[in-house]
Each structure stands twice: as C-alpha cells, then as structure tokens.
Design a protein around this ligand. Structure first.
Ligand SMILES: Cc1ncc(C[n+]2csc(CCOP(=O)(O)OP(=O)(O)O)c2C)c(N)n1
Ligand SMILES: CC(=O)[C@@H](O)[C@H](O)COP(=O)(O)O
Ligand SMILES: [Mg+2]
Length: 640
C-alpha cells in the first residue's frame, strides 16, 4: 500500500495479489508473509470503516490456506454468518473497495452473491453454511459445474440447530465435502452449553502438539489404493490428532484439532485432504478471535464488532450519545419490573450484550437464560416457562426472530401462552444491511390471532410497554423498538401499563391525519412543523398498538379529516394493511375517503446509514410532508 519501507502497513506481497489465482505461485514461506500483510490490511481497513473485526482476524491464516489450496470460484467457500469475510474480500478482487465496507454503495459487511463470484452464498444469519455447502455438493453430484464445497463455520454457529440438521444430512449422503470448524471458544459472548465443552475437551485431551496421534486416523479418510500415499500423508499431517466422536457418529471424518494459525499445519493438511478425501470431512481448527491485534484480543468479545478506531491504541471513535439506547432503557425497565415480580425471567439467544440482558443477568443471574444461537429453542423454551407460570421476556432482534416463527405460531400463539416478546433492532439497522433489517416483524406478529403487538414511539413509551407486557397475563404480547439512541425525551420514574389497544392523540390539526406506529413519529412531527408553516398542520396520533387496533381512534380520525396517512418502520402487510383492512370493512373507501400507507418499499434495502436507508425508503420528514401535500393536491416543486 505505502511506498515508505518503514511503514508497518507496507504490504509488498499483498500488493501483487488481486485474485486467489495469484496465490498459486507463492511458496509456503511467502504465504506466511502474505498472511501477516493480510492481517495488517484488515486491521487498517476496519480502523477506517468500523465493522466486524475479531472474527476476520481469527481466520486470516485459514483464508490464505483455503484460497491457496482450493480453486475458488469453482470450489465454493461458504463462510458462515459472513462476518469474518473481510480478509476473503481482500484476496478476491475487492481490496480496492475494502475501505467502503458497510457504507452506502460500498462493500457489504457479509458475503453477498451479487457482489462477487467468490461469494457463492450470501449470509448474515448464523448456522446456514453447512446446508448451503451440502446443496453445492449434491448439485455437483447431479452434474452442476461446481467443484468442492467448503463450509467455514464458527463454534458459536455450530451450536445452532440448522448446523446439526445439515451435518446429519450431509453425513448420511456421504459425499465428499469439507466443513472447517473454526473454534475460537467464543460466540459474541462466551459460548453456551455442552457442545462448547465438548470441543474444548477434544483439544485438551489431544493437544495440538501431539504429533504421534496426529496422522494416525487420517488414513481412515483415504480409499484403500492410497494406503501407500497415506503413509506419506502421515508425515504431512504433523500436529493433527484424530477424535471427534460426535462428528464421526454423524458420518463425517474428523480431522483435528489443528492450530488454525499455523500455515505449516494448515497447508499440508488441506492439500492432502483435497487430493484424497472421498467423503464428508470435518476439520477442527483452533483459533483465537482478534488474533494479532492486542486491543481486539484483549477485549472480552475478542473485538467482535467495533466503531472506527485509532490504529495504534485501538481506542474506538464513538460519537457522544445524547440519549440512552433503547436497549438500555429496555434492560433497566425490565430490572425494575423484575424487582416487583419474581416470576419475570429474561431469555436471549446468544445476544446478552446486544439485547441488554447482560445487565439484567447482572442483577438477576438465576432469572436470565442465554440459550446460545438457538432462536427456535428460545421461543419454545419461553413458551414452556410461560406454561409453568413464569413470565418470560424473550428478547430477540427482529431479524433473528424470523427463525423462530413456527415456534411463535405453534408453541406460543395457538396455546395463548403469555410470552413477552421484546423485539430489538426493529426497522432499518444501517451498516449490517438487508440481512439484519427488522422489516417484517410487524406483519408476521400482527397476523397471529390473540397476539398483542405494540411499537414504542420513543424511549419513554418503551418503559410503559415493558410495564404493559409485565402486566399482561392473558396471552402473548410483543413490543418493538429500534437500534440505537432514544429521542432524548423526559423519562418516567416508572412504567405504567397502557390500556391494551388504545393509541394516543399527539397534536390536533385539520384536513389530514397522520397515524404513526413506532419511532417515525419524530419525523412525522418534523413534517408537521414544516406543514404548519404553510398553514396546513395535520393531526398527528400515535397508534401504539397494531393489534388490537384502536378502532375508536381511527373512526374519529376518519370522521374529522378528509385523508388519513399511516406510517410505520416495516414492510407491506403490517400496520397500514391492518388499518386499510378495517377501513375497507367499514366501507370507508366507498365514499371516496383518501388513505395512504407509508411502509418500507417492496425491496431489500442495502447497507447505508439508517437515515439514508429511510430516505431511500421515502420515509423521512420532507417525504412525509410531500405525501401530505400530494394528498391535499398542493403542487410543490420536485425535490432532488
Ligand atoms: C441466527 C443468528 N442469530 C444470532 C446472530 C448474531 N451473531 C452473529 S455472529 C455471532 C457469533 C458467532 O460465533 P461463531 O460462529 O463462533 O463465530 P466467531 O465470531 O467466534 O468467529 C452471533 C451470535 C446471527 N448472526 N444469526
Ligand atoms: C454479525 C451479527 O449478526 C452481529 O454481530 C450483528 O452485527 C450485531 O448487530 P448489533 O451491532 O446491532 O448488535
Ligand atoms: Mg467462535
């Protein structure tokens, strides 16, 4: 990168690499140097962009080894979650754009098929890679023009149910494919449960430096005619032990544990496997999250995600906050409610920090459960708790709750069990992009009979919604709130349960009424101010509930206005659709009443700042103002 030979970020070898094919001519010592440069480049890039750092640093050597040995894009390297793929992006023709990561128009922070042929499968959510790799494998068996499939999956992701479903199937199919288990003994938080202890046991009982047992079982991978070659392979497999009964029972040959930072082990191992493996193989690589960058290694989460930071100190450049985050407000409110009711418990699926339940666990450790990356289990576990008489608050990001939908329908809603769903990261989340957008929960929760569904317009409302959920024992209830800071409103001392199914009037106006659901209310009020300056101030109300709908409020808005606009941070099929259904049932449209519903467009919106994303969705204050003017037939000059 730099011409200065003293510059620690000088990357002379990496500068010569544009595509994985450029690695083929490099010697093993050169590949080691390349790994050092790749790590430096990754750290330098993320210091300028922010993003997922620790996971990528943990797979630098694996990335180099996989690209040196396999032939992407014909061979399909499938990164689980995809948050560790920045070094892979640098080696696959995207280095020139790596400093655009997660920004508008820039590279995605995850693998993405539309971005590169070297990303054979997109991700963002966990535990999908083995299923996808099995699909590629069977495609090849059925004649598709594709090479080997290699899933690279972390120990956290491996604990997700899908990973086991896929291992079970792939083992049964018995076809040649590879799973690299990248075991850094970390999820975002410390990993949960028996699988984690099992993996640790595998390498504590067969330490990495155990050379004798290393090559022993590798012969088992090989077809009989290759036994002679196998003896030579043994030599190459130094440092590798055999074990992993669990994986073997599932039908995989287990190879490992191997030091995932040692190219002297990784390269010969992968070369041998590539040359000789006949069935499904699991390679257990032991790595360190944040490897090679002190500030990341020393963080309790291995530097999982970071804001932009100072390269020399690792100090993050976070903008000062003006208000508490919604997550914090949720956690503090739940702690207060739990002090009054010992039946309240918290459930998170591997996101104790992200959902604020770590704070709750600090006060009520016995009443908080991290179930690991297992959203389906989290929902049904909550249902079981509710059936036992407890009051579970199941706190899951909107996007990850999608994975537990059948459980919400079948285990919670049909049985009318009072599970409280705290739906964080509702709406557009910004840099994580479309895979992490919380766009669909309003629709999928509100379509369920008996489900009470709320959205907080600000952080004070959230406090009351936590209290409402705590008090609601009649059936399931959900409340949603966005990522990031609140509005900076005055906070109540204590939450007061809201009347179920009742909204609130915010500002009286004339001709047009805007009924807002969720935190777009702030933009609506900005639009109202602009319209007021034109003498056209609309009425503004906050629906609070999509289910049950406040039909009294809607009736009043219809009776007193010539037009109604609904707005929400969600996709088609949510709040606006419920209101439209109600108005249609009432025959309101028969009399020419004007109605508009402002929802997210029917498209997946790419990563950008949340403000940019809402602008491209047509949902910021000037766009709301324009919608009102259009409804009133007031002509205005087109905005850029
Ligand atoms: C379905 C789903 N739930 C939760 C997450 C949030 N998440 C992203 S990465 C991660 C930890 C993954 O741990 P691991 O697979 O061990 O990878 P590492 O970060 O340690 O490399 C979690 C919980 C997710 N992406 N998808
Ligand atoms: C990769 C992943 O799924 C998580 O790390 C996610 O990016 C966290 O999002 P928040 O930053 O909103 O907690
Ligand atoms: Mg891990």
């Amino acid at each position: 990168m730099s011409d200065n030979p003293n510059d620690q970020t000088a990357t002379p070898l990496l500068d010569k690499v544009r595509l994985p094919s450029d690695l083929k001519g490099l010697s093993d010592p050169e590949l080691k140097t390349l790994a050092t440069e790749l790590r430096a480049e990754t750290i330098s890039a993320v210091s300028q962009t922010g993003g997922h750092l620790g996971a990528g640093l943990g797979v630098v050597e694996l990335t180099v080894a996989l690209h040196a040995v396999f032939d992407a894009p014909r061979d399909k390297i499938v990164w689980d979650v995809g948050h560790q793929c920045y070094p892979h992006k640098i080696l696959t023709g995207r280095r020139d754009r790596i400093r655009t990561l997660r920004t508008k128009g820039g590279l995605s922070g995850f693998t993405k098929r539309s971005e590169s042929p070297y990303d054979p499968f997109g991700a963002g959510h966990s535990s999908t890679s083995i299923s996808a790799a099995t699909g590629f494998t069977m495609g090849r068996e059925l004649g598709a023009e594709t090479g080997d499939a290699i899933a690279v999956i972390g120990d956290g992701a491996m604990s997700g149910g899908m990973a086991f479903e896929a291992m079970n199937h792939a083992g049964h199919l018995g076809k040649r494919m590879f799973v690299v288990l990248n075991d850094n003994e970390m999820s975002i938080a410390p990993p949960v449960g028996a699988l984690s202890s099992y993996l640790t046991r595998l390498y504590s009982e067969a330490p990495l430096q155990d050379l004798k047992s290393a090559a022993k079982g590798a012969v088992g991978l090989l077809p009989v005619p290759f036994q002679e070659g196998a003896r030579r392979a043994k030599e190459m497999l130094k440092g590798i032990a055999m074990g992993g009964t669990l994986f073997e029972e599932l039908g995989f040959s287990y190879v490992g544990p191997v030091d995932g930072h040692d190219l002297d082990q990784l390269l010969p191992l992968l070369r041998t496997l590539k040359a000789r493996a006949t069935g499904p193989v699991l390679i257990h690589a032991v790595t360190k999250k944040g490897k090679g960058y002190g500030p990341a290694e020393n963080r309790p989460d291995g530097g999982h995600a970071t804001a932009k930071f100072d390269l020399s100190t690792g100090e993050q450049k976070k903008s000062p906050s003006n208000a508490p985050s919604y997550t914090k407000v949720f956690a503090e409110s739940l702690i207060k409610e739990a002090a009054k009711d010992e039946k309240i418990v918290g459930i998170t699926a591997a996101m104790p920090d992200g959902t604020g339940l770590k704070q709750f666990a600090g006060v009520y450790p016995r009443r908080c459960f991290d179930v690991g990356i297992a959203e389906q289990h989290a929902v049904t576990f909550s249902a079981g708790l509710a059936a036992s008489g407890m009051k579970p608050f199941c706190a899951i990001y909107s996007t990850f709750l999608q994975r537990g939908y059948d459980q919400i329908v079948h285990d919670v809603a049909i049985q009318r069990l009072p599970v409280r769903f705290a739906i964080d990261r509702a709406g557009l989340v910004g840099a994580d992009g479309a895979t992490h957008a919380g766009s669909f929960d309003v629709g999928f929760m509100s379509s369920l009979p008996g489900m009470v569904v709320m959205a907080a317009a600000d952080e004070a409302e959230l406090v009351h919604m936590v209290a409402t959920a705590a008090a609601h024992d009649e059936g399931p209830i959900a409340f949603r709130y966005p990522r990031g800071e609140g509005m900076g409103v005055d906070m109540p001392e204590e939450g007061v349960p809201l009347e179920i199914g009742k909204g609130r009037m915010i500002a009286e106006g004339a001709r047009v009424a805007i009924l807002s659901y969720g935190t777009r209310l702030a933009e609506v009020l900005k639009a109202r101010e602009a319209l007021q300056a034109r003498g056209l101030a609309p009425t503004v109300a906050d629906a609070r509930f999509v289910k049950p709908l406040d039909t009294d409020l809607i009736d009043r808005l219809v009776a007193e206005h010539e037009a109604l606009i609904c707005i929400e941070e969600g996709a088609i099929g949510g709040f606006g659709s419920h209101v439209a259904q109600y108005l249609s049932d009432q025959g309101v449209f028969d009399h020419g009443f004007k109605f508009r519903s402002m929802v997210l467009p029917d498209t997946f919106i790419d990563h950008a700042s949340p403000e940019d994303m809402y602008h491209s969705a047509g949902m910021d204050a000037p766009q709301i103002e324009a919608k009102v003017l259009e409804l009133l037939g007031v002509a205005v000059a087109k905005r850029a």
